[in-house]
Ligand binder design. Structure first.
Ligand SMILES: Cc1cc2nc3c(=O)[nH]c(=O)nc-3n(C[C@H](O)[C@H](O)[C@H](O)COP(=O)(O)O)c2cc1C
Ligand code: SF4
Ligand code: SF4
Length: 281
């Protein structure tokens, strides 16, 4: 059994889940390959899907959708799938304990459009990407052992599916029409989300530039092209000198919590789950 993990991870949560899943799949004698789709080059690499018995996709939820670059990858990549092998897929989402909303419908639409069959979905809670900024603290204690146990269960079920068992994922509310994401206009405290370089500790390693999923960070200037930035927080998290920061996010966090009616406590207690039907009955 050969499995490909295809994922996107900017602040490391999805990657953590992939590592746990991969280790478990290997213990079950599967041959595993992993590919992170974070950089533009990695998203251009051709993939021979026919080499695999199944694909496990893993994506963070951004504004209740998939990251824009991933939605674009599905729409623009040449998939060239055969009907016998490599087209069986399962998908997991990581999220900061708030909500997934349309992400399920969008992923289902995109997978089917390019020729994958979807059999199972999982949603796994993880520390919110914006926790890298001061004053934002959602699901900061996640993933925990309970999440990882469920992640292993997800792999167990995926292996069974890739062995030819199971039933197709049932989407009860399919997307009627795909509409690309329209980025919100930044205003007030949300301007503080935009990362920038501060202080004089930068060593010019250029990780912020080379690892940016949208080529938005300019290492020479220490600034971000706001029209390209998807606020993934990868540059803040990955800078080895901690030279990249957001502004204070306290007010932005409170505004989001009021708008969507959730609390820090509810995100900490949110359960991860696995399902083969959406919405669940
Ligand atoms: C731009 C952006 C939008 C996000 N939107 C949501 C959301 O709508 N709901 C949610 O629960 N978490 C949201 N999150 C949190 C991430 O989904 C979560 O932290 C994820 O586990 C990060 O994965 P990564 O570390 O692999 O990049 C968002 C994060 C970012 C960067
Ligand atoms: S990642 Fe940090 S240290 Fe490296 S170039 Fe960017 S700001 Fe400088
Ligand atoms: S500049 Fe924006 S898109 Fe690039 S790594 Fe930083 S937060 Fe992510």
């Amino acid at each position: 059994m050969k499995i490909l993990f295809l994922y996107f991870s900017a602040t490391g949560v999805t990657e953590k889940y992939v590592q746990v899943m991969k280790q478990y799949a290997q213990e079950k004698n599967c041959v595993c390959e992993v590919q992170n789709l974070i950089t533009p080059e990695s998203r251009q690499k051709p993939i021979d899907f026919n080499e695999y018995n199944g694909i496990i996709f893993g994506f963070p939820v951004y504004s209740e959708r998939l990251p824009t670059v991933i939605e674009e990858w599905f729409l623009e990549h040449n998939f060239n799938l055969s009907e016998t092998n490599g087209n069986r897929s399962t998908i997991f989402y990581t999220f900061g304990g708030r909500d997934l909303e349309e992400a399920n419908q969008i992923a289902y639409y995109l997978l089917n459009k390019v020729g994958f069959s979807l059999w199972l979905a999982g949603e796994f809670v993880g520390s919110h990407s914006f926790n890298v900024g001061k004053g934002w603290n959602l699901a900061g204690n996640r993933p925990n052992e309970e999440d990882f146990t469920l992640a292993r269960e997800f792999v167990e079920k995926s292996i069974d599916i890739f062995n030819g068992n199971g039933t197709l994922f049932q989407m009860n509310t399919p997307l009627e029409e795909y509409k690309p994401f329209i980025p919100p206009k930044f205003f007030g405290p949300f301007l503080n989300l935009i990362p920038r370089r501060v202080g004089d500790t930068c060593q010019m390693c250029r990780i912020c530039e080379t690892e940016c999923p949208t080529e938005a960070f300019n290492a020479d200037e220490g600034t971000v092209d706001v029209s390209k930035c998807i606020l993934c927080m990868g540059c803040v998290k990955k800078c080895p000198e901690h030279a990249i920061q957001t502004g204070n996010l306290t007010i932005a966090a409170l505004m989001i919590q009021m708008q969507y009616r959730f609390t820090r406590r509810s995100t900490r207690k949110k359960k991860s789950r696995i399902y083969a039907e959406f919405p669940q009955p």
